[in-house]
Design a protein around this ligand. Structure first.
Ligand SMILES: C[S@@+](CC[C@H](N)C(=O)[O-])C[C@H]1O[C@@H](n2cnc3c(N)ncnc32)[C@H](O)[C@@H]1O
Length: 187
């Protein structure tokens, strides 16, 4: 892995991914939250975003890979689902308005970029809103092919909690090799 747009464009061009598959963790964590405005950061080909939209969420989904976003848009169109897919960098993105759910799965940013992302994400969370952060955990074996530099993007639940000032943590743990943090803004 190398966290560049070029890397991900090339990766997504090679993958025959229809964007129809959503993450099981998302299903479990979002279950019971009334739909509102959702933002997915690092949406890839859009499986999670499409699933959220089908549950009634009004979804904005961000990724810096134009190849991924093109595939995601096609997938949304062929599924008759409305999602606002946006091409942009997660570290510098400036969202419009507030969100009832902000979710990010395995975006694997380097620490400074990740802190920038979480800083704006915390501010963009509506009162009562939920933030769900999932990434490869430092305690697990990294995916094959990762360089020494890539390892800097691994996380621990404690690090992520420390980067979410002002939010109440519902749970923060290591689950099947992933850092999983769910936190919310008090209403
Ligand atoms: C491992 S994929 C995960 C895709 C999806 N979240 C999932 O779980 O299936 C990581 C995604 O994050 C995107 N990404 C990585 N760095 C990014 C950045 N700085 N800004 C926006 N997107 C980024 C990549 O283009 C890629 O689509």
């Amino acid at each position: 892995m190398s966290d560049t747009k070029e890397f991900w464009d090339e990766m997504w061009s090679r993958m025959d991914d229809t964007g129809s598959d959503s993450n099981k963790l998302l299903l479990a964590e979002v279950n019971g939250i009334p739909p509102g405005r959702a933002l997915e950061i690092g949406c890839g080909t859009g499986g999670n975003a499409l699933w959220l939209a089908k549950q009634g969420w009004q979804v904005t989904a961000l990724d810096f890979s134009t190849v991924a976003v093109d595939k995601a848009r096609k997938s949304a169109a062929s599924n008759g689902v409305d999602v606002d897919f946006v091409v942009g960098d997660a570290s510098t993105y400036q969202p419009e308005g507030q969100f009832d759910l902000i979710a990010t799965f395995y975006i694997q940013l380097f620490p400074e970029q990740r802190r920038q992302m979480l800083t704006w994400a915390v501010k963009a969370l509506a009162p009562g809103g939920t933030l769900l952060f999932v990434s490869h955990d430092r305690s697990s074996s990294p995916p094959s092919g990762w360089s020494e530099a890539d390892l800097l993007s691994l996380t621990t639940p404690e690090e992520i909690v420390a980067e979410l000032p002002g939010l109440q943590v519902e749970h923060a743990s290591q689950v099947c090799g992933a850092t999983v943090v769910k936190a919310f803004r008090l209403a």
